[in-house]
Ligand binder design. Structure first.
Ligand SMILES: *Cc1c(COP(=O)(O)O)cnc(C)c1O
Length: 383
């Protein structure tokens, strides 16, 4: 298999499985000859970017011959002011994905451990593999809630990072504020808690927290956020992290100087200021979740209540086939197989019209396949 004459990638790199993205709209259109395609696979904002962000990008275009600001100062100032943090407690990155890689490069050595929930968003494991660190995966409870005691029990003297994702991708569940307090109180000081709050703006539960109060209190927590989801800027790549100044200082040493392009910096600052767009996006999402829940109940498909902009449902063993049939009708969703959940499908919340198209197609597919409906289908305990 390996030809000794050819250069080989590091063993760690050979182990890494390539990322499998949701199919892009253009590809589905071309493959199936469809005019219209609804993408509910990548948790993007169905309202699009803030018009203010688009204007800011256009205004910045004539300055493209200049290198961007190494520290993204203007955006950082704006973030610091809004979040009640100092600029020294913030780092801006080329999407939150880049930040996960930077955290891994800063803290992980071969033989170190990271603790992650399972299933979960794949980038934490990617960062660990890249650095030759081990992954301790702690299963979520049935219903996809966190079990804090089990997470703590997985921590060893070699553990450097403990990742939480709240709201959780792909389940939409969350870690209540009190549970986060309990976890932090018991976590050894040598471990950095990374709280991925990519979907925090969609959470409506009273006891949800994005964890920033712990950063304000100087605790060893890094909160990760992105402009790709509710801010509608996935295509331009910008995210940020908030953590104690000493943590940020270390990560900044690893970051490439010009990691966030000038258009992204301008767009993100403008998006932050567009509170009307943020609020409209949140409202559309909360209503969309209800629309999907109602449909799942009617179709007898169990689902997990979501604090995010997607819903994980469990059509059963036919899930993969249902996803394929949805695709042939021009509706792109995510099969749960990616996360080792072969009976599940994750569907992003779209506009009311997009949700409706998904629901009607799903209804039709269930009837055509004569799939058993479970009118008693209980919704999983989603906390
Ligand atoms: C989308 C997502 C991110 C970050 O996305 P970027 O586009 O790289 O900013 C981080 N964590 C989770 C759980 C996500 O779903």
């Amino acid at each position: 298999m390996s030809d000794s004459k050819l250069i080989e990638a590091r063993p760690n790199v050979r182990q890494i499985k390539p990322y499998s993205p949701g199919k892009p709209i253009w590809e589905v259109k071309r493959e199936l000859g469809l005019e219209e395609v609804v993408k509910l696979a990548s948790n993007e904002n169905p309202l699009g970017p803030s018009p203010k962000a688009v204007e800011a990008i256009i205004r910045s275009l004539s300055e493209l011959h200049r290198y961007p600001d190494v520290l993204a100062s203007e955006l950082k100032q704006e973030l610091a002011r809004r979040l009640g943090l100092s600029e020294r407690e913030l780092i801006v990155t080329n999407g939150a994905d880049e930040l996960i890689t930077l955290i891994s490069e800063t803290y992980l050595e071969p033989g170190d451990d990271i603790v992650i929930p399972a299933p979960v968003f794949g980038e934490y494991e990617f960062g660990a593999k890249l650095m030759g660190a081990n992954v301790k995966a702690v299963p979520l409870e049935p219903g996809f809630g966190y079990d804090v005691s089990r997470l703590l029990a997985a921590v060893t003297p070699r553990t450097k990072l403990l990742y939480l994702c709240s709201p959780h991708n792909p389940a939409g569940t969350y870690l209540p504020a009190k549970e986060l307090d309990r976890l932090l109180a018991a976590l050894p000081e040598k471990v950095l808690l990374v709280l991925d709050a990519a979907y925090s703006h969609y959470a409506t539960a009273e006891d949800y927290t994005d964890g920033l109060e712990h950063v304000r209190a100087g605790r060893q927590v890094l909160v990760l956020q992105t402009f790709s989801k509710i801010y509608g800027l996935a295509g331009i790549r910008v995210g940020f992290g908030a953590a104690p100044a000493a943590v940020i200082e270390s990560i900044l040493k690893v970051k490439e100087p010009f990691n966030v392009n000038a258009l992204a910096q301008a767009a993100a600052a403008a998006a932050l200021a567009d509170e009307a767009h943020l609020e409209a996006s949140r409202r559309l999402n909360t209503a969309g979740r209800e629309q999907l829940y109602a449909a799942f109940r009617k179709l007898g498909i169990p689902y997990t209540e979501s604090m995010s902009n997607f819903v994980l449902c469990q059509p059963g063993p036919a899930a993969d086939s249902i996803a394929a049939q949805l695709l042939s009708r021009g509706i792109i969703v995510r099969s749960g197989g990616t996360w080792g959940l072969p009976e599940h499908i994750r569907v992003s919340v779209g506009t009311a019209e997009e949700n409706d198209k998904f629901i009607r197609a799903l209804d039709e597919i269930m009837s055509l396949n004569d799939l058993e409906r479970r009118p008693e289908a209980s919704q999983s305990a989603g906390q």
